[in-house]
Design a protein around this ligand. Sequence first.
Ligand SMILES: NC(=O)CC(=O)C(=O)O
Length: 272
Amino acid sequence: MRVALIQLAGGSGDKKADIALACEKIREASAQGADIAVLPEMFCCPYETSAFRSYGEAEGGEAQAALSSLSRELGLYIVGGSVPELEGDRIYNTSYVYGRDGVQLARHRKVHLFDIDVEGGQRFMESDTLSPGSQITTFETEFGTMGLCICFDFRFEELARLMALRGAKVLFVPAAFNMTTGPAHWELMFRQRSVDNQCFTVGVSPARNESASYVAYGNSMAVDPWGTVLTRCGGEPCIQYVDLDLSRADSVRRQLPILSARRTDLYEIKEV
Ligand SMILES: NC(=O)CC(=O)C(=O)O
């Protein structure tokens, strides 16, 4: 299963241009044999709370229509980063996934809103304009079950564990860490979730743009179930390809039985 991590220089302020750029890069990934192309969080919207409504779209909107028709044309899966989704008065940070036939396979609304205020560092309040989702998201492919969450969601280990317990062997995370939290936690978090859940993790960020109001860390990466970093971008726009053999998750789980050795008579994580 070949995955393309598309670290875009998006969020230019021109939504149409950002969508066109994403489509151009997905075509490039398809030509390189990608089965699944993954875009960053808010790939066609500046990552600013004040921008979310004006760049937002309802179900079936412009960005979704473009990705859906491209996945059908190219016959590949697209994990469509995220876009501001408008529903009534509400705005969600939503990731859509399309199958090889262009049909929407999954919709994940970011469950944990990114509200942080780090002394001397990053402040951001998604809850100023966004509403949280309330679903845990997994989806089926011919390769097996996949998990999906967005950026800050991935800091919550229970969510990752629940996706793994549903059978996910790859967790896809469109994301946009920043220059405060990225150097401190990004790699650590992807390796940690991979080791804990003995699965692959794939995080895709926007490229770093020093003149943006929110400077994304970049460093899109894929990690294997042993915690090894398989591929990693820098700060620049780029596409990295990684070939994942999902039987590696079974093999690691057999050799080091973490998931199966849980003492569910003593403790349990379960969906409510
Ligand atoms: N942008 C996010 O949702 C999360 C993030 O940047 C962080 O957790 O750090």
